[in-house]
Design a protein around this ligand. Sequence first.
Ligand SMILES: [Zn+2]
Length: 130
Amino acid sequence: MSDIWNEMLEAARRVQGPREISERVYAGGVAAAIESASGRIYTGVCVDTSCTLGICAERNAIFNMITNGEGEIRRVLALMPDGTTAAPCGACRELMAQLMPGRYQGVEVMVDYAEGKVMTLGELTPEWWL
Ligand SMILES: [Zn+2]
């Protein structure tokens, strides 16, 4: 596995940790790390709420990147509560497609870290609706 994927996994592990923020808000079961075009790694955790205003870890990490002035993604890794990695959900894929129209296909996604399985967002989401 390349160094960048290892760095991303460690970055996600550092922020992962299920916690109750309040009786209505839980966070941290899933963590994500994204590598931006500049090579910087941004992290985020899932936030689950009673009223569906929560967010996936991947989108939280992407918004962290946007907050810090960037808008291009190279790689995405999502760390599940059981320590495995998985592909982003449809909403997260949609955000990445809208963030990088015509270029999102090249974003690399860690599908299975243990197996070293990486797919592109174009392979996972071949026919965007726009
Ligand atoms: Zn998602």
